[in-house]
Design a binder for this molecule. Structure first.
Ligand code: HEM
Ligand code: HEM
Length: 182
């Protein structure tokens, strides 16, 4: 049974903050590298960073989901209104869904477009997806839409987290923020 007082377990906190830092680097890199007029060297470096960190994140995201199935999160405080608990559940589920959709659509866009993913190429993996302009365009559109949905959800997520930390001062913040209390 999850322990309400102790909050999230240490591995759950490490997964959360590790992946959060990576995603908070991936988003500005993605938004910058697609801008017109960027110096070629900087653009190449950002693409290299974005594609390879994105692919590297996949095993951590899958491990996080498996860990969460084995160790379900502690229940939210009973003092929270039901609608907020529902919104928290839905937004967390959507965040997890986007953590899958983003790398998948990015990878498909790159591979169907016939571009390299340097880390996987170095390790000798095949392209896995045949070249297709139609598939590349569909994956690009999905990656773009999902990126803006993720940004909007994260704004809500961070605002809710700060609301709990600074205004309500309940356990919701401390049960996720390291180090583990109590
Ligand atoms: C940037 C990428 C981020 C992603 C993808 C993300 C995702 C998530 C997810 C899916 C959960 C639910 C955990 C679970 O119950 O399994 C969660 C919880 C939480 N997140 Fe984030 N998060 C991110 C960034 C942040 C940031 C920047 C903050 C704070 C400013 C934050 C604060 C929290 C807190 C306090 C909780 C615990 C909520 C609870 O007790 O249920 N997160 N996050
Ligand atoms: C958590 C993972 C990821 C996040 C949060 C993310 C985020 C973003 C964002 C915010 C953009 C700019 C908006 C857009 O033009 O679509 C972008 C663009 C892009 N991302 Fe990702 N991305 C992720 C994973 C990946 C992966 C794994 C790849 C490829 C292996 C990838 C390849 C690309 C490419 C090629 C673009 C430019 C799209 C275009 O052609 O206009 N992304 N990404």
């Amino acid at each position: 049974m999850p322990d309400r007082q102790a909050g999230y377990r240490t591995p759950a906190r490490m997964f959360h903050w590790g992946i959060a830092i990576a995603v908070l680097l991936m988003i500005p890199a993605g938004l910058t590298m697609t801008r017109e007029g960027l110096p070629r060297g900087l653009q190449d470096a950002l693409f290299l960073f974005h594609k390879n960190l994105g692919v590297l994140l996949v095993p951590f995201i899958l491990a996080r989901l498996i860990y969460r199935t084995i160790h379900p999160p502690p229940p939210l405080p009973e003092t929270m209104p039901q609608w907020q608990i529902r919104v928290a559940r839905i937004s967390h589920a959507l965040l997890y869904a986007l953590l899958i959709v983003m790398p998948l659509s990015g990878f498909t866009r790159v591979r169907a477009g016939g571009f390299p993913v340097e880390l996987l190429d170095r390790l000798g993996f095949g392209p896995w997806i045949a070249k297709s302009e139609t598939l590349a365009a569909a994956a690009q559109a999905l990656h773009f839409l999902a990126a803006y949905l993720l940004i909007a959800l994260l704004a809500l997520h961070v605002a809710a987290a700060l609301h709990h930390a600074l205004i309500r001062r309940d356990e919701v913040w401390t049960r996720m923020w390291p180090p583990r209390q109590g």
